[in-house]
Ligand binder design. Structure first.
Ligand code: GDP
Length: 355
């Protein structure tokens, strides 16, 4: 849950966002104005119909701008791992290295106050202090609402906005709890899984599927007394990966070691990321992955719009409540109830179009 202060500032931002005209906002984003970008990010998250119409215009303009560029000029990286593995420390360190190499870096970070981030367990840690103060970085905490382990349902739009504002590299943080990785995997060019030294999959709370989805693995906290354990973990995962079918024929998933605190292994890790991008671009996998992600986005948008129409229909809502009770009583089978509701919805739609 986000704090009352967060909610108040979000409401303020929404109000501000609503008072802007789209051309002004689009121009601001394209000129890299941080405030315009922040407003647009809030706008696409808004449930308000007016804001959504405005957001659509802004996104449309960003899409046109994106189509004018070569796809290869941007890189989207997902970073995942259990709470406490060091994701925010790692992102801060990696972000600064990337900026040092000439990139502008946007981060969609897990809201530290959200329950799922484990923020409540770890207390008031400062997150990405140096990176957030850097002129070449932009950090956006993802909103608590509608998140899948921190991946907001508007992350795709956010990525577009970051890129329109000139951030050529986006880091998307998610918490390694399962569903969020599948979602983020469908939005990024590369998924990086952070591991803890010395603990097996079960102990780390990592679902097997996530290891299979990752393009790069890194054992973080490979420093001090942890070093030997980190080496063992690295070896264990290297062996385990042999058992998985490779995600890509042209890429052997590496297992690296690093320390977000001392910085050891971080330059090498950054280089591996960039090599991955170069290799995937050269063999066409990069473009293919983005193409299939675009198709998936299309299907998702259709599913979302259809289900929104269905659930927002007042008559359907009434019937649904009644059917739900019957299903719970066992007097109607769920499939039969669904069939009846959809039939009614279709009839209404046909009647609407006949008018
Ligand atoms: P997150 O919950 O995954 O974002 O993890 P944080 O970045 O907040 O880190 C959790 C704790 O681990 C903090 O106390 C960090 O200082 C510590 N930590 C993060 N990275 C490292 C590392 O590379 N080495 C060591 N020794 N500690 C680390």
């Amino acid at each position: 849950m986000s704090s009352a202060k967060d909610q108040a500032s979000r409401r303020f931002m929404e109000k501000q966002a609503g008072s802007l005209n789209p051309e002004e906002l689009i121009r601001g984003i394209q000129q890299g104005e941080r405030q315009a970008l922040a407003r647009a990010l809030t706008l696409v998250e808004s449930e308000n119909a007016e804001h959504r119409a405005l957001a659509r215009e802004v996104i449309e303009a960003c899409l046109q701008q994106a189509n004018g560029k070569t796809q290869n000029s941007t890189l989207r990286i997902g970073i995942t791992g259990v709470p406490g593995v060091g994701k925010s420390s790692f992102i801060e360190r990696l972000g600064l290295i990337l900026i040092g190499r000439g990139y502008r870096v946007a981060v969609q970070a897990v809201d530290p106050s959200s329950e799922i981030s484990g923020g409540s367990i770890l207390g008031d840690k400062t997150r990405m202090e140096k990176l957030s103060a850097h002129a070449q970085a932009f950090i956006r905490p993802s909103p608590a609402r509608g998140t899948l382990g921190g991946v907001a349902d508007r992350t795709r739009e956010h990525i577009l906005l970051f890129e329109a504002a000139g951030y050529d590299l986006t880091l998307i943080e998610t918490v390694g709890v399962g569903q969020s990785e599948t979602a983020v995997h469908g939005m990024v060019d590369c998924l990086l899984l952070l591991l803890l030294p010395g603990a097996g999959d079960e102990l780390q709370g990592i679902k097997r599927g996530i290891v299979e989805m990752a393009d790069i693995l890194a054992v973080n906290k490979s420093d001090g007394d942890n070093q030997q354990r980190a080496r063992n973990t690295q070896r264990d995962y290297q062996q385990a990966l042999h058992l998985f079918p490779p995600a890509s024929e042209d890429w052997t998933v590496p297992v690296l070691r690093c320390s977000a605190i001392t910085g050891e292994g971080m330059e090498e890790l950054c280089q591996t990321l960039l090599n991955y991008r170069d290799q995937m671009q050269a063999n066409g996998s990069f473009a293919r992955r983005r193409q299939s992600q675009s198709a998936e986005w299309l299907h998702e948008a259709i599913r979302d719009a259809l289900s929104e129409d269905f659930y927002n229909d007042p008559e359907i809502a009434r019937l649904l409540a009644a059917e739900e009770t019957e299903v719970q009583n066992g007097s109607v089978h769920p499939l039969r109830a669904a069939e009846r509701l959809i039939e009614r919805f279709r009839k209404k739609q046909n009647a609407d179009t006949a008018l």
